[in-house]
Design a protein around this ligand. Structure first.
Ligand code: AMP
Ligand code: GLY
Length: 439
């Protein structure tokens, strides 16, 4: 089979790494990919949001299956476009993608199908929303309705902050049209957990759980990021809680999809808030989590291609999905300054020092010549010797170092022991992944 993975981050590296192990994958492409993905797939320089370009590439390479990583091309309807050209796609169509692309769509879905979530109200008029500041008290949860690269949620501690956020979203339009509508929610307390599920028209099958650490600094301090690390399985879930989630959330969600004619095929990522053992849905995403995938897929025993194909053919219920007992920890190495502004093109040294059984997933990396960078022979990590192509940073989140172990502690110790061998200027990572927010 010829498979094309769309995207170029850590999540797509993990998907490609796992697919490359399938004996049924004859040729693996990734667009655009990155410097790590090119070790396991042929990278083609077509952007993930260039829908026409991706369709042309799929036709040229006679792709059998396309797997879509990020949410933006899904919301743009890449699945519908590829399917109309006869290509199988793992990833929901445009209609189903509203579950991530519109908070208001999802809140209405959850309400209609009696799925537990925070109470909410939606606003399209700035003055009306300013008058409603504090309707559920403080902190006030404000969400831009549309996609905002994970930045569209503001938790305002007081009236002044709430009004400033409303002004930014609806007045200055900092999220563009994503802020034309704003959803205000009750503030939920508890422990957050992510549940990723394979979904086709007949079934919803949760993967092993994972826990994400969204804040940039240790102790859950500092601004939110795309995710600074994960561990799997999450220690938040108990068998009773899983049963409750299955009965109160997963089963009604699948039934809701069927009743509403949402033919979802892909990954449904459910963000949960667990308070007093009572799970509530915070959000739906319609794709694998990043960096959840980097700690979940290394624990998958089964062939990922078999699962993807089964989903596209509505045979998910027939697949025996097996997981390893090993635990996994993924620690993200980010650029200095992230999630604010940061510099790129920092040469990454020490990648060759990492143990063979530790996986370094590349999130934001590229290849550049050290002569072009002006560091050849400088003795900087990764630069020594004759001019050569070096791996450099090209994004906020740069690498995800994943280790497996018999226990969470073993996996964590190994991930940290190895990330210390990697260096680039400004590199930052959290030192408490897997140790807090658990029970
Ligand atoms: P979302 O993009 O909807 O997942 O929101 C981003 C983050 O905001 C979540 O991971 C939570 O930490 C926080 N959040 C979202 N909704 C609520 C809520 N209703 N109550 C408390 N925190 C929330
Ligand atoms: N790690 C959070 C996300 O993928 O949305």
């Amino acid at each position: 089979m010829k498979v094309l993975v769309v995207g170029g981050g850590g999540r797509e590296h993990a998907i490609c790494w796992k697919l490359a192990q399938s004996p049924k994958v004859d040729k693996l492409y990734c667009a655009p990919g990155n410097a790590g993905i090119e070790q396991v797939a042929e990278c083609v320089n077509v952007g993930a949001e260039d829908i026409e370009g991706i369709c042309a590439l799929a036709a040229e390479k006679a792709i059998d299956l396309a797997v879509i990583g990020p949410e933006v091309p899904l919301a743009m309807g890449i699945t519908d476009e590829l399917e109309s050209r006869g290509i199988k796609v793992f990833g929901p169509n445009r209609k189903c993608s509203q579950l991530e692309a519109s908070k208001s769509f999802t809140k209405a879905f959850l309400g209609r199908h009696d799925i537990p979530t925070a109470g909410y109200k939606e606003f399209t008029d700035k003055e009306e929303l300013l008058d409603a500041a504090g309707i559920y008290g403080y902190p006030m949860v404000l969400k831009a309705d549309g996609l905002a690269a994970g930045k569209g949620v503001v938790i305002a501690e007081n009236e002044a902050d709430a009004k400033a956020a409303i002004e930014e979203m609806m007045g200055q339009k900092v999220f563009g049209s994503a802020g034309d509508k704003v959803v205000v929610e009750e503030f939920l307390t508890g422990i957050e957990a992510s549940m990723l599920c394979f979904v086709d028209e007949n079934s919803i099958v949760p993967m092993e759980s994972a826990q994400d650490y969204k804040r940039v600094f240790d102790g859950d301090k500092g601004p939110n990021t795309g995710g600074m690390g994960t561990y799997s399985p999450s220690l938040v879930f108990t068998p009773e809680l899983e049963k409750q989630i299955r009965e109160q959330i997963l089963e009604p969600t699948l039934k809701g999809f069927q009743e509403d004619g949402l033919d979802f095929k892909g990954v449904l990522f459910i963000g949960l808030m667990i308070s007093d053992d009572d799970p509530k849905v915070i959000e739906f995403n319609n794709r694998f989590g990043d960096p959840e995938t980097q700690s979940v897929l290394p624990r998958l025993e089964s062939d990922l291609l078999d699962i993807f194909l089964a989903v596209t053919e509505n045979r998910l219920a027939d697949v025996d999905i097996r997981w390893k007992d090993d635990k996994a920890v993924c620690v993200v190495a980010a650029s200095g300054g992230y999630p604010g502004s940061y510099e790129k093109n920092k040469v990454i040294g020490g990648l060759d020092k990492v143990d063979d059984d530790v996986i370094v997933f590349h999130a934001g990396t590229a290849k550049k010549n050290t002569a072009e960078l002006g560091c050849a022979g400088s003795g900087k990590p990764g630069c020594s010797g004759e001019p050569h192509m070096a791996t450099v940073t090209s994004g906020g989140r740069v690498l995800g170092v994943t280790a497996l172990g018999k226990t969470h502690e073993e996996a964590r110790a190994k991930a940290y022991d190895n990330i210390k061998r990697i260096r680039f200027e400004g590199m930052q990572y959290r030192s408490d992944i897997g140790t807090i927010n658990r029970r």
